[in-house]
Design a protein around this ligand. Structure first.
Ligand code: SF4
Ligand code: SF4
Length: 365
């Protein structure tokens, strides 16, 4: 009732959250209880540093539950410069009091200016000073968005201010919910996990909750069958694009990006980048602005399923399958041929194939 939701919607929310957390449906009562007990709503301080406020914009677009539900019923948002009612001395007093009491969740948006601290100042303090103050008594530190998590666009070459993500800036343990912007459907389950288990979730080596970010976009993409079959879009506006073929050759970074976007979707489960017709740009990966600098450049050496331990690339499979189809040869025959032709991984116990000789090259194809 507090969340102005009927029972069916509330249970659906709890069920969806259980799925995101990797829990069975039998956990729904506990999740419902955790949300209900948010009567003890954990205090939250949300601070913004070097960023564009897109992360807060994204959070503000949360639909189920709505931002108002989260702010008024699930957490106690004691400080957020953009949406809090208090201002000036009153706001600073609230901030000081919450930090003094400890046990709050520190939510950080934006990168920290480490090389030139004066490049980012709020009320006479640098972002470096503020983030240290903010995290000192926090029960958990949640970095929302790629800037807070890894430095984001501010840390892109040549990084004039020496911008860094929070962990790299001050060495604090952070839970990272990256994205440019982050998806509110990833923020809520992270907060619910904390409420439910009273501890931060298991994290991957980049500080992301494993229950959300363990798999790659490519593992769950709706266009994956086209990738596997070698059917790619090679030009926007083409027939292949209309047929919604795989966007790998248009630069999709899904094969190297860890995120549940194809499952959680965006905008109240309406759509997501690949469904909209643009490849993933890898916005949830560290250093993606530099690493994936040319968003439309095809990734090199993407492994092909069914070719485990075989060194090949999507380019090769695409052209080989087309050639094979034209020649009336089945996929199975092609993959078998490829397994014999390409080097196996050393852990599989077999060394590389014999070097090609001029004599062998002639008969190979
Ligand atoms: S390359 Fe991109 S579009 Fe193609 S299957 Fe992978 S994630 Fe989907
Ligand atoms: S699909 Fe890729 S670019 Fe789009 S939001 Fe997800 S991680 Fe970011």
């Amino acid at each position: 009732m507090r969340m102005d939701m009927n029972r069916r919607d509330f249970i659906r929310l709890c069920g969806g959250t259980a799925a995101m957390l990797g829990l069975s449906y039998s956990w729904v009562p506990e999740i419902a209880q955790a949300l209900e007990q948010a009567a003890k709503r954990p205090p939250v301080i949300w601070m913004s540093f070097m960023e564009c406020t897109g992360c807060l914009e994204s959070f503000a677009k949360s639909v189920n539950p709505s931002t108002a539900d989260i702010v008024l019923d699930i957490i106690s948002l004691n400080y957020q410069e953009n949406i809090m009612a208090a201002a000036g001395t009153q706001a600073e007093a609230d901030l000081k009091k919450t930090i003094g009491q400890g046990g709050y969740i520190a939510v950080i948006e934006g990168a920290i200016a480490v090389g030139i601290p004066e490049a980012m100042m709020v009320a006479g303090k640098t972002s470096l000073e503020l983030v240290k103050e903010l995290t000192q008594n926090a029960a958990a530190t949640l970095c929302v968005g790629t800037c807070a998590a890894y430095g984001g666009v501010q840390a892109m070459r040549p990084n004039p201010t020496g911008a860094k993500g929070v962990k790299d800036a001050i060495g604090a343990k952070t839970v990272n919910v990256p994205g440019c912007p982050p998806n509110p459907a990833h923020m809520l389950p992270t907060i619910v996990h904390y409420l439910l288990f009273n501890k931060i979730p298991d994290l991957d080596s980049d500080g992301r909750p494993l229950f959300l970010y363990e798999q790659k976009i490519h593992d769950n993409c709706e266009r994956r069958a086209h990738f596997d079959a070698g059917r790619y879009v090679t030009q926007f506006g083409s027939k292949e694009e209309t047929l919604q073929y795989c966007l790998y050759k248009m630069g999709c970074k899904g094969p190297e990006t860890h995120s549940p976007c194809p499952k959680t979707l965006w905008n109240n489960k309406q759509s997501w980048c690949v469904k909209c017709g643009n490849g993933c740009i890898g916005c949830m990966e560290p250093n993606f602005w530099d690493r994936f600098e040319d968003f439309y450049q095809q990734l090199p050496n993407v492994p092909i399923p069914g070719f485990v331990g075989v060194e090949t690339s999507a380019d090769w499979i695409g052209s080989t399958l087309v050639t094979a189809t034209m020649a009336g040869v089945g996929i199975h025959a092609v993959t078998t041929a490829a397994k014999g032709r390409f080097k196996k991984h050393p852990e599989e116990g077999e060394g590389p194939p014999p070097a090609k000789t001029e004599a062998s090259q002639g008969s190979e194809d």
